[in-house]
Design a protein around this ligand. Structure first.
Ligand code: BES
Ligand code: MN
Ligand code: ZN
Length: 487
């Protein structure tokens, strides 16, 4: 498990700056205005900051003074950042510091910067490396960051809920990065049960219970695997009344071989990330619990492994969902929707939430359409959808709305059953969404997020190194805050 950096917040004390060993960060404005700590560094270095400014500093520029004479630090990061900069710019400054510092202790001299807590969040999010399986993984000792501020207590208080979200995103990234021989369905469920310590109510539904409930679609996906299928329910009841405002449902395919419709070998190793939707649900629940959100949210994940075997589902098999609809399985590699349809139905029956959002690494087609920049957003409710898009925009997480429509749903007509699980090549992400739409009750505001392109990427993103991104934890947390939280 990768734990976020530990931050210590203390009142600005410029006398400590000269003796700090590690890296020191200070901020100057475009006009070259220096706060008291920057002034101190300028004096200690005999005017180095002033000379940097004279040499021209543009907004967001970051310069390094290496081995500054007059200081014990091995480097000073000088960042050009206005006191009232945007949230994105403050986070970007934190990201730059995370990249620059390696694993050196860091002293951030934020003096009286108004967005200090956002600088802290940017640093926390970017300071991640999944090295659990490296035998020479770095020690945790050096991962300390001190933040000096004239209102240290206030900044610590502002940073607390933001760092809860960072920890949630780390939880998601760890789950998504974890290989499938470690993150089995049982191991995944155990990690969720362990979150009871945070005040979440966690319940694991085992195969016999799922069979009793009639989840024939979900069970048909896992039946070829030696790992038992499970549904895990996580409840956070931080709101005033006792009904859930929001249900989050996640696809948790711990490995997707494609089943009997086997995937090609090249790139199949990436299918360890096919539990990304469940990972985001879990990380969001963790964030809500850590910051004690005043909202009632229930998270449900369907945990299965899609394997070929003598007992696996065959193409052409017909299975019956919990809702009662029969499904002709044309392609066993279109398994995510079979998992989700049962968990979504169960979520609505049991909890009658005011709204439901499902997340899944559902289709390769969404990557063809939107690449790795935006998740596909599908919704039957304009109000909920625009609230989500706004939240995602606020958190800099790419999201783009795609259409639904009867003509797409018609592509799923089956000759022998109520519906088939694939709709052909055209509009593959939309027909997948329409499959799920069938299992959404008429008056239920719903969003489907296809995160196949954004959950795991091969290059660094703004807030994460290559690999799992944690995409969605910040947006969903923000949506809860904006729309579902008591005053
Ligand atoms: N898990 C995959 C989708 C996926 C592809 C996620 C690439 C991340 C990266 C999903 O289960 C799948 O196999 N979808 C098929 C559906 C098809 C058979 C209709 C696909 O997209 O090819
Ligand atoms: Mn598949
Ligand atoms: Zn899949």
């Amino acid at each position: 498990m990768v734990t976020p950096v530990q931050f210590t917040f203390q009142e600005t004390n410029i006398d400590e700056i000269a003796a700090f060993e590690g890296r020191v960060a200070v901020f100057v404005t475009t006009e070259g205005k220096m706060d008291p700590s920057a002034r101190r560094v300028n004096r200690l270095t005999k005017g180095a900051l002033a000379r940097l400014k004279d040499a021209g500093l543009k907004p967001k520029d970051a310069r390094v003074l290496a081995y500054p004479v007059g200081m014990a630090a091995e480097a000073v990061d000088v960042i050009c950042l206005e006191r009232n900069c945007s949230i994105d710019d403050a986070r970007a400054a934190g990201v730059a510091l995370a990249k620059a510092r390696g694993d050196k202790p860091l002293l951030i001299c934020a003096a009286n910067h108004n967005k200090a807590a956002q600088i802290v969040l940017g640093l926390a999010l970017r300071d991640y490396g999944f090295d659990d399986h490296k035998t020479d993984n770095a020690s945790e000792d050096a991962r300390s960051v001190t933040v000096m501020h004239t209102r240290a207590d206030e900044i610590a208080e502002q940073a607390h809920p933001l760092l809860a979200v960072a920890e949630g995103a780390f939880f998601t990234r760890d789950l998504v990065n974890e290989p499938a021989n470690v993150l089995t369905t049982t191991n995944f469920a155990d990690r969720l049960v362990a979150m009871s310590d945070l005040g979440l109510q966690v319940e694991v539904l085992e195969e016999d219970k799922l069979a009793e409930l009639g989840m024939g679609a979900l069970l048909s996906v896992g039946q070829g695997s030696d790992s038992p299928s499970k549904v895990v329910v996580m409840k956070w009841m931080g709101g005033q009344d006792d009904s859930p405002n929001l249900a989050l449902v996640g696809k948790g395919v711990v490995f997707d071989t494609g089943g009997i419709s086997l995937k090609p070998a090249a790139g199949m190793e990436d299918m360890t990330m096919d539990m990304g939707g469940a990972g985001v649900v879990a990380g969001t629940m963790r964030a809500l619990a850590l910051r004690k959100a005043k909202a009632n949210v229930v998270g449900l994940v369907g945990l299965v492994e899609n394997m070929p075997s003598g007992n696996a589902t065959r193409p052409g098999d017909v299975v019956t969902s919990m809702k009662g609809d029969t499904i002709e399985v044309i392609n066993t590699d279109a398994e995510g929707r079979l998992v989700l349809c049962d968990v979504m139905h169960y979520a609505q029956e049991r909890f009658e939430p005011a709204a439901m959002i499902d997340l899944a690494t559902l289709t390769g087609a969404v990557i063809i359409g939107l690449g790795h920049e935006n998740a596909g957003v599908f919704s039957n409710d304009d109000g909920l959808c625009s609230a989500f898009l706004k939240a995602a925009g606020q958190e800099n997480e790419g999201a783009w709305r795609m259409p639904l429509g009867k003509a797409y749903a018609d592509q799923l007509k089956s000759r022998i059953a109520d519906v088939k699980n694939v709709g052909g090549r055209p509009a593959g992400s939309i027909t997948a969404a329409e499959f799920l739409h069938r299992f959404v009750k008429d008056d239920m505001p719903w969003i489907h997020l296809d995160i196949a392109g954004v959950a795991h990427v091969k290059t660094d993103t703004t807030y994460a190194p290559k690999g799992a991104t944690g995409w969605g934890v910040m947006a969903l947390n923000r949506l809860v805050q904006n729309r579902f939280e008591d005053e």
